[in-house]
Design a protein around this ligand. Structure first.
Ligand SMILES: Cc1cc2nc3c(=O)[nH]c(=O)nc-3n(C[C@H](O)[C@H](O)[C@H](O)COP(=O)(O)OP(=O)(O)OC[C@H]3O[C@@H](n4cnc5c(N)ncnc54)[C@H](O)[C@@H]3O)c2cc1C
Length: 291
């Protein structure tokens, strides 16, 4: 349980970090280490160079403007969880974070590390898909923006180039009054979810659904935004019949199987969790739920 030998680098600026990344062969960046260190200890990852971003303070921030929340890649998950402004403007982030690992892992784990580790069920990856996130990559060649939908290149593989690192992410703040919910099933509290569903629901003055957004994780290698289900919900009354229909459609989505969970069970979970997320998001949108 010891990592293969590597050379450690601790740059103080983003410029120095990207310079190292552009010149060193087989280099990996270190954020909170909550996923990378176990992977190195098991020798799933054997970088020759480890570029530690923990002293690059310009990568740790949470900022808001009218329509967006901007977070530096090195922002700790716990800092987002404790931000009262995040709680007020983007409460689904708080709810999703409450499912991420444990207090200890969130103390060190970063938003950038979670997005780049790209576990198919990671809550922050799900919410980034739900909120139409933009990921900001940077290298010595310059900055590059990547839409959340284009960030996964494959199973736990990002579309970052070897000389690029993630500098930050921008999420669209949900419209005021929109209801939200994050429903997931994990085998134990703190484990990665088997399947998860997040929902945003805005209800218009006519009492019908004005906008619906869903992101379902655990069916494939990255969260799915089921556009057909979202569109079908719009103009419907936010009631059990509409949510049952959406849940039935979710259970028809393609699902992967692995050594632990069959595709059919994942589809069953997609149905149950889609219903739960929509029901709770609607209750919040209509002021009927305790938040
Ligand atoms: C017991 C336990 C339970 C957990 N449960 C959950 C859970 O339920 N849900 C969940 O989502 N996560 C869970 N995690 C993972 C946790 O959220 C990690 O914090 C996260 O996956 C990685 O973040 P990190 O900052 O620790 O990144 P690191 O482990 O340092 O890095 C992870 C990967 O991302 C790369 N990377 C990191 N930052 C950047 C960057 N800025 N640019 C480019 N590449 C980068 C690294 O090179 C590495 O490949 C759990 C972890 C543990 C130990």
């Amino acid at each position: 349980m010891k990592p293969a030998p590597f050379t450690y680098h601790d740059p103080r600026t983003l410029d120095d970090a990207t310079a190292l990344l552009s010149t060193l062969e087989n280099a990996r960046v270190l954020a909170g280490g909550q996923s990378l260190m176990p992977m190195m200890n098991f020798r799933y990852a054997m970088p020759d160079h480890l570029i530690d971003l923990n002293k690059v303070s310009e990568l740790a921030y949470v900022r808001f403007d009218d329509e967006a929340i901007r977070m530096g890649a090195m922002t700790r998950q716990r800092e987002i969880e404790f931000s009262s402004e995040v709680g007020a403007r983007c409460p689904i982030l708080h709810e999703a974070l409450s499912h991420v690992g444990h207090r200890q892992t969130r103390n060190r784990g970063t938003i950038g590390g979670s997005l780049c580790h790209l576990d198919p069920s990671a809550e922050l990856v799900n919410v980034t898909a739900l909120l139409g996130g933009t990921l900001h990559a940077v290298s010595k060649r310059g900055p590059r923006d990547i839409a959340a939908a284009d960030f996964a290149a494959g199973y736990m593989t990002t579309s970052l180039e070897p000389d690029e690192l993630l500098a930050g992410v921008t999420l669209k703040v949900p419209p005021r009054g929109a209801g939200w919910a994050y429903a997931e099933f994990a085998r134990r509290r703190g484990d990665f979810a088997v399947v998860a569903c997040s929902a945003l629901l805005a209800v218009g003055s006519d009492g019908a659904i004005a906008r619906a957004s869903l992101a379902i994780s655990g069916l494939g290698h990255s969260p799915l935004r089921p556009a057909a289900i979202e569109r079908a919900l719009e103009s419907e009354k936010p009631d059990a019949a509409a949510f049952r229909a959406a849940a039935a459609q979710a259970s028809q989505l393609e699902a992967i199987a692995d050594a632990y969970v069959t595709a059919d069970y994942r589809k069953h979970l997609a149905r149950v969790l889609t219903y739960r997320a929509l029901e709770q998001a609607a209750a919040r949108a209509m002021g009927e739920a305790h938040v």
